[in-house]
Each structure stands twice: as C-alpha cells, then as structure tokens.
Design a protein around this ligand. Structure first.
Ligand SMILES: Nc1ncnc2c1ncn2[C@@H]1O[C@H](COP(=O)(O)OP(=O)(O)OP(=O)(O)O)[C@@H](O)[C@H]1O
Ligand SMILES: [Mg+2]
Length: 223
C-alpha cells in the first residue's frame, strides 16, 4: 500500500526541502519507489539549480528537464511572494485547492512525499492556506522546525494549528538553524516536554554546506 506524507514547517526557509530530499534519498536507499512533489512553488527561476524543484529531482536521481519540472511542480510563479500575491502580480490564475489535492493524490510508487510551501498557514490562494490543503489531503504531516531563538513558540503554534484541524503529525524534525544561538538538543528536549511524548522529535545538526546536503542527514527512522 502506498504511504503519503506532507512536509510542512513553522515558517518559510526552515528546512522542508532538506527533509523532503533526505526522505527521498533514504527511502530510495531502502529500495522504495518514491514520488516526490513540490506542486506549488514561488520565487521559481528555471536557471536556478538550487530551486526546491531542482533539488527534489536531484535527490530522486531524476534529470532536471522541463517535462520533469512539469511533472512535480505544475504551479510555478516567479515572484518570491506567497502564492496568492505571486498570482496576482503575474496576472496568472490562482491555484484551486481541489486541483492541488487531485494532483497530489495522483502519485504512484511506495511513497508519495509532498513539500508544502511557506509555513502551516501560508496562503495558497485568496481563500485557503496550507492548513486547508493538509486537512483536505488528511495525510500524516512532518513538521519541520528550526532551533533559532523563538523557534519553540513557532513550532508549538504550528502544532496547535494542526491539532485544531485534527491533522496527524508523524514527527517533528528540528533542523539546526544557522544562527546557532540556542543549542539544538535543548530545543528538541524542550519541544518533547511540551509535546508530552505524543510524537517523535528528531534533529538534523547543521550540515556542512557542500553539494548534496540531503545525503548527510541522519537516518529518519520514524518512517
Ligand atoms: N540542518 C541544516 N544544515 C545546513 N543547512 C540547512 C539545514 N537546514 C536547512 N538548511 C539550509 O537552509 C536553507 C533553507 O532550507 P530549506 O530550503 O530546506 O527550507 P524550506 O523550508 O524548504 O524553505 P522554503 O520555504 O523556501 O521552501 C537551505 O539553504 C538549506 O540547505
Ligand atoms: Mg523548500
């Protein structure tokens, strides 16, 4: 049976793509067939080899071709804005929640891994946020948090928002922030205390910024 996961985070630029790419890599190393997607992307530049779409394809050892981009990221906007604003600025149609969900549900293989966009309540159009997207899919989500000062409040706020919609959280992944102002293990153990052992809290240390970062991520044994 196919398993599906949705990767979300407490905010933008926290580590969703790193976690998505690491999951693809690790599952494929275990011999699993993985369909990974970043269905909705803003700030997209075809020539940027580090875009979320490009990195996800790389982690699945797929070529970076126009056809592959279409296949995993059909809704692309150039403006580095929330999708509703990017669509308005570019005079393009907004993504419809139903179409987005149908696309996500169309994956095959053993695992479907979808990277969301922004944080848990980033708007995807003028009527819906990522929370509505996750609720509609009702897949288990992986919540990615940081370890910067303030990240615990952001993570717990995201957790409460998910809980209010009865969205199941498979794991919280704390990806060490660049700031390094709060120790990673302390962030994880504090989150564990407040989450009362309801979900595994795992950590990714700050990795050396060289090449294929996802290959350095410790095994994500919760999957
Ligand atoms: N543990 C880590 N070690 C090293 N670099 C990291 C780590 N976590 C995240 N990064 C880096 O921080 C940046 C943001 O991470 P990433 O792109 O995964 O975030 P995101 O949540 O997907 O962002 P977006 O909202 O733009 O999709 C990237 O350059 C990524 O390589
Ligand atoms: Mg990303």
């Amino acid at each position: 049976m196919m398993q599906s996961f949705f990767i979300t985070s407490s905010g933008t630029h926290i580590g969703k793509t790193l976690v998505t790419a690491a999951l693809c890599w690790q599952l494929r190393e275990r011999g699993k067939k993985v369909m990974a997607m970043k269905p909705l992307i803003t700030g997209y530049d075809t020539n940027d080899a580090q875009s979320d779409t490009a990195l996800i394809l790389q982690s699945c050892e797929l070529p970076y071709t126009q056809a592959m981009v279409e296949a995993i990221s059909p809704w692309r906007y150039a403006a580095p804005l929330a999708p509703n604003m990017a669509a308005a600025k570019e005079k393009k149609p907004q993504v419809e929640l139903e179409e987005l969900c149908s696309f996500c549900q169309g994956g095959g293989g053993d695992y479907t891994v979808v990277e969301g966009i922004g944080g848990v309540m980033s708007p995807i159009n003028d009527r819906h946020t990522v929370l509505d997207w996750m609720e509609a899919l009702s897949w288990p989500v992986i919540l990615v948090a940081g370890s910067y000062l303030g990240s615990i409040s952001h993570a717990l706020t995201a957790w409460e928002a998910l809980r209010a919609r009865r969205i199941a959280v498979k794991a919280v992944v704390v990806s060490e922030s660049a700031s390094g102002d709060v120790p990673l293990p302390d962030t994880a153990s504090t989150l564990e205390k407040f989450l009362l052992g309801k979900v595994p809290v795992v950590t990714i240390p700050r990795l050396a910024a060289s090449g294929e970062l996802w290959k350095q991520v410790p095994p994500m044994s919760f999957i």
